[in-house]
Design a protein around this ligand. Structure first.
Ligand SMILES: Cc1cc2nc3c(=O)[nH]c(=O)nc-3n(C[C@H](O)[C@H](O)[C@H](O)COP(=O)(O)O)c2cc1C
Length: 188
């Protein structure tokens, strides 16, 4: 059987942050069942905001006109069978790094399903508040649900939980296990 390609996109500016730790567990789970896993860290990718220039929608357009971190990421998104996106909750929604990525998916818009149709999606979120509502995690979850439903890419699982200091999430064994299970699901 063909190896599944899983792209793990880490959206925290913290190198060893809580959402990153869960994303690494998801990567581990996917590798364990034989998937090919690639990890990218948005903090290292210098992705600029969408310019809304609409160049990507013109007849014969070859994607986004900007040459930045997305130049590397667009082909990786296309090639993946499944995609994990991890993010901290910042100001009651996803991190700015992840929002930049989401906006830049607009450049796939000339194609059916934004080039991501049918790909399995996994979402990982961490936040400081104990509650997913008052933390704002639900806003991020809803935004991902709406965006990927629009694109036609099914969300296969969402792993989210509370942690504040770097590494604190390791103490939540259930969440660590859930993240590995998400990786396995996406890598199968
Ligand atoms: C700029 C900033 C904004 C934040 N906003 C929120 C918030 O709105 N709600 C919340 O519960 N936690 C908030 N937090 C806390 C982080 O979500 C929390 O520490 C999370 O575990 C960080 O994940 P990371 O370690 O993967 O970066 C914020 C932290 C920072 C630095």
């Amino acid at each position: 059987m063909k190896k599944q390609k899983v792209l793990v996109i880490m959206g925290s500016p913290r190198k060893r942050g809580n959402s990153t730790i869960l994303a690494e567990e998801a990567a581990k789970g996917a590798r364990r069942i034989g998937a090919e896993v690639e990890i990218v860290r948005l903090r290292d990718m210098a992705i600029r905001p969408c310019l809304a220039c609409e160049s990507c929608r013109r007849k014969g357009a070859k994607g986004c006109v900007q040459d930045d971190g997305m130049t590397l990421l667009y082909p990786k998104l296309r090639a993946a069978d499944a995609i994990v996106i991890s993010s901290p909750v910042y100001w009651f929604t996803m991190s700015a790094q992840v929002k930049l990525l989401m906006d830049r998916l607009y450049a796939f818009g000339a194609e059916k399903g934004y080039a991501l149709e049918g790909k399995g999606i996994g979402i990982i979120l961490t936040y400081a508040d104990a509650d997913p509502f008052s933390s704002g995690a639900v806003n991020a979850l809803r935004a991902f649900q709406d965006a990927f439903a629009f694109i036609g890419a099914p969300i296969k699982g969402m792993v989210y939980g509370s942690a504040s200091k770097v590494g604190e999430i390791r103490g939540n064994k259930t969440l660590m296990k859930d993240a590995r299970a998400l990786g396995k699901k996406l890598g199968a």
